[in-house]
Write a protein of this length. Sequence first.
Length: 262
Amino acid sequence: MANDPATPELLAGKKGLIVGVANERSIAWGIAQRAHAAGAELAYTYQGEALLKRVQPLTDSTDAKAMVEMDVTNEASVDAAFSEIADKMGSLDFLVHSVAYADRDALKGRTVDTSREGFLMTMEISVYSLLLLARKAEPLMNPGGSIIAMTYLGSVKSMPSYNVMGIAKAALESSVRYLARDMGEKGIRVNAISAGPIKTLAASGVSGLRSMLADNAERAPLKRNVDIDDVGRTGLYLVSDLSTAVTGEVHYVDAGFASTAF
Ligand code: NAD
């Protein structure tokens, strides 16, 4: 990691569940690496057998305490995963939700042409899954716990191609605020990170990603794009006791892009 600030063991004694590592480019992986370096014990889920070969060597390098298959569209799979996580972890201090999906067809052309099935599937995987996982994690969570989700500027500004995913991210950000209200009584915090564009598996489904990356780097005050470690550093802050009074927030990690008009 470049310019490593050598974080102290901010997460020593804390246990986290990371949902959404598909490969070494995943944003969830950037957060997992920072959490591991800060002393957390980690459990992971992976979406299906096909991804396991890619994911296992990564998670092994962080001494994963549990590695469980979970498809968020399948309630039985989610129940089975949480029961195994409860057995292996006992309790949780944080949950990282880094999951989204829309068909390639929905991520180009006109938003008005989004099909009913495409809309519902995008909302189920990218939004409902946060409510579902928060509900399943809640009984395992210690007071002072933290849940984070990943969002993007397309929630509050329209842009080419992001389409139904922008609508889903608006709902995700609203979900964060409502979950923060629900969970606050138990001392559990819920926040989102709004990351700038990063070339990942999910992002490569968005038509025109390359020019989006170029525009971003040019217009952002920091004159660059962000990487998964930029998100990992902020993720570490949000799941640690450095952010004890922060909840219901959408925190931008985008080299300042969202703050500019031109
Ligand atoms: P990624 O492809 O590495 O991660 C997406 C993850 O979602 C994968 O691990 C995949 O297995 C999981 N997933 C999809 N459908 C699932 C299902 N049915 N059940 C369980 N898991 C499922 O891509 P990423 O860019 O790291 O995406 C992570 C999050 O970050 C997403 O919410 C994405 O919208 C968000 N985000 C990405 C960018 C970007 O530019 N890459 C920017 C802002 C926000």
